[in-house]
Design a protein around this ligand. Structure first.
Ligand code: PLP
Length: 403
């Protein structure tokens, strides 16, 4: 048996190494090894930064007021959060279904789409991650799906946004396959290497969904809440989904909450049909209070504007790194490095020594034959100088292991 009394995720337990976290402030977090510059927003949820006292205070106040709830309970923060989220969604979005995180947001979106359309097939991409629950794992295209196969019936994957593939295959698949109820897309593929779709891509998929009666679901779990320089990333591409799933930075990481935002054309179906979805901790007060205050922090501290303003500087900084294909949308950026597993591991160590945290992706995670990627996604409160200082360190670390 290994030493730890709990499992570490996504790995063999033998030799698994955790990290002693001790809090943080702004764009830094503290560990037993020292203070790290967070260029990864932990696992993409810390968009509001570390040590946000306003969010902590809101959770404490909610705990004093009302802590224990039921799915059917009504209380002020729950209504206020649903209204605040709908106000950020495009016109016509009228309902929120709360979940505990991103995976079960996709899980419930899958059920809502099936109930609404009566169709069981669902299209997603090989270059994608949609979560770890069973349905969301089945939608996922990357290596994390293989271990649970066979997944849910009707999950179809396409090769969009892969090397050498131009445009989208989704319209063709919708033409050939009957019974497709939904298409799930990350507006910008996040964990699989920051793949920004080409001009016109989203419109093409939207039109195909309309032609064939499938719902378009945008998975904004990683890209939402300002990450890509707009509240939701799909806003950058001029097409709108029917359902929006979110999680991660909805609470800035201070609570555990996800949500499915639903357009009226789908939501109204459930006026007379049972919504066969529910969770004991639906809209838990502590997480709801965290989310409500987090949204206010994004607004008051103009964090989403900051993410938009730093897009071009980030692209320029990434272009100066010793890598290829620099790319960024808002404060989600990446550069490719021609490293195998060993060199990528050495890069991880070199960054650790410099106390810089970000996301390194190997060929397996990227679904590529070789090479890797360095993915940058700092808290949205970062300054241009902090970003430049951090990326200089990344450049030095790449140089160190390239020689
Ligand atoms: C795009 C996307 N969807 C869904 C998920 C799953 O979210 P969670 O781990 O909060 O369940 C993730 C997590 O990384 C994600 O990046």
């Amino acid at each position: 048996m290994t030493e730890s009394p709990f499992f570490f995720t996504w790995q063999r337990q033998k030799g698994a190494r955790g990290v002693q976290l001790r809090g943080g402030s702004g764009v830094h977090f503290e560990t037993d090894e020292g203070r790290f510059l967070d260029l990864g927003s932990l696992v993409y949820q810390a968009n509001a930064g570390h040590g946000q006292q306003r969010i902590v205070d809101a959770i404490k106040a909610q705990a004093d007021e009302l802590c224990l709830s039921t799915p059917q309970a009504i209380y002020p923060a729950k209504e206020a959060l649903a209204e605040a989220l709908l106000a950020k969604a495009p016109e016509g979005f009228t309902k929120v279904f709360f979940t505990l995180g991103g995976s079960d947001a996709n899980e419930n979106a899958l059920k809502i789409a099936r109930l609404f359309t009566g169709r069981y097939k669902v299209v997603s991409r090989y270059r994608s991650y949609h979560g770890a629950t069973f349905g969301a794992s089945s939608l996922t295209g990357d290596w994390r799906r293989a271990a649970i196969e066979p997944g849910i019936p009707g999950a179809i994957h396409v090769m969009d946004l892969d090397e050498g593939i131009e445009g989208t295959q989704i319209p063709r698949v919708l033409e050939l396959e009957e019974n497709v109820g939904a298409v799930f897309l990350e507006p910008v593929v996040g964990a699989n290497g920051v793949l920004i779709p080409p001009e016109g891509y989203f419109q093409e998929v939207r039109e195909a969904c309309d032609r064939h009666g499938a719902l378009l679901v945008c998975d904004e779990v990683l890209t939402g809440f300002g990450r890509c320089g707009s509240f939701f990333a799909f806003e950058r591409f001029g097409a709108q989904p029917d359902l929006i799933t979110c999680g991660k930075a909805l609470t800035g990481g201070y609570g555990t909450l996800g949500a499915v935002l639903v357009h009226e054309r789908v939501a109204s179906f459930f006026d007379d049909e049972e919504l066969v979805c529910g969770l004991t901790h639906y809209a838990h007060p502590l997480s709801v209070a965290a989310a409500l205050e987090t949204l206010r922090v994004y607004d008051d501290e103009k964090m989403i504007e900051n993410a938009a303003a730093l897009e071009e500087p980030l692209k320029a900084m990434l272009a100066e790194l010793p890598g290829t294909n620099p790319r960024a949308l808002g404060l989600l950026g990446a550069v490719d490095v021609d490293f195998g597993v060993d060199r990528l591991k050495a890069l991880g160590e070199a960054l650790r020594r410099r106390r810089v945290h970000l996301h390194l992706k190997g060929a397996r995670q990227l679904r590529r034959a070789h090479g890797g990627a360095v993915v940058v996604s700092p808290p949205l409160c970062i300054t241009e100088d902090e970003l430049r200082g951090g990326l200089q360190q990344v450049g030095e670390a790449i140089d160190e292991v390239s020689g």
